[in-house]
Design a protein around this ligand. Structure first.
Ligand code: HEM
Length: 143
């Protein structure tokens, strides 16, 4: 079993390499929206400049959430992202997350020159707490 601490460092380094090229975020959304009409319909009103910026920062939060899940600020950031994706807001069903994750790994594989199968597995392990948390909040009503 790979050590989570090592994987977090590997993913953090990999993400820095991916972020060198802003096209990373465009490529991710191009790939994700092409997965189904249902998904692309959800992004019809999207302000793409804002969306790419917010995803960039959300991925940093996701990496931090794997590393420091109990830090208050990280919990607040995650709670906000999860709440916006819940049934009462964007209504992102749990079955859409594996598709999102596959597109993310595929985009990383294209943009990170040091990509390997093990690195892809590290990305999956590191994003797992975020995805599990977002899914766990799907049915949660607003306070
Ligand atoms: C770990 C997985 C994901 C992360 C980190 C993430 C992150 C974000 C962030 C940061 C935003 C913008 C800020 C906000 O409104 O909260 C956003 C908006 C959105 N996300 Fe996600 N997301 C994830 C998964 C998904 C999935 C699986 C879908 C399925 C279609 C999805 C659909 C949307 C939609 C429709 C919006 C609103 C776009 C708009 O404003 O027009 N997200 N996401």
């Amino acid at each position: 079993m790979p050590n989570l601490r090592t994987q977090i460092q590997q993913v953090s380094d990999s993400y820095s390499r991916c972020c060198k090229d802003e096209a990373f975020f465009e490529d991710f959304y191009r790939s994700f929206l092409s997965q189904s009409d249902e998904i692309s319909a959800m992004f019809e009103q999207t302000d793409w400049y804002r969306q790419r910026y917010l995803l960039k920062s959300a991925l940093k939060s996701a990496i931090l959430f794997a590393k420091e899940p109990s830090v208050h600020l990280v919990k607040v950031l995650m709670a906000n992202i999860a709440s916006s994706h819940s049934i009462d807001h964007y209504n992102i069903r749990p079955d859409l997350y594996p598709i999102w994750l596959e597109c993310m790994i595929q985009t990383v594989s294209k943009h990170d020159p040091k990509y390997s199968h093990a690195l892809g597995e590290a990305w999956k392990d590191v994003l797992k707490p975020t995805i599990e948390f977002m899914i766990s909040q799907y049915n949660k009503e607003d306070k």
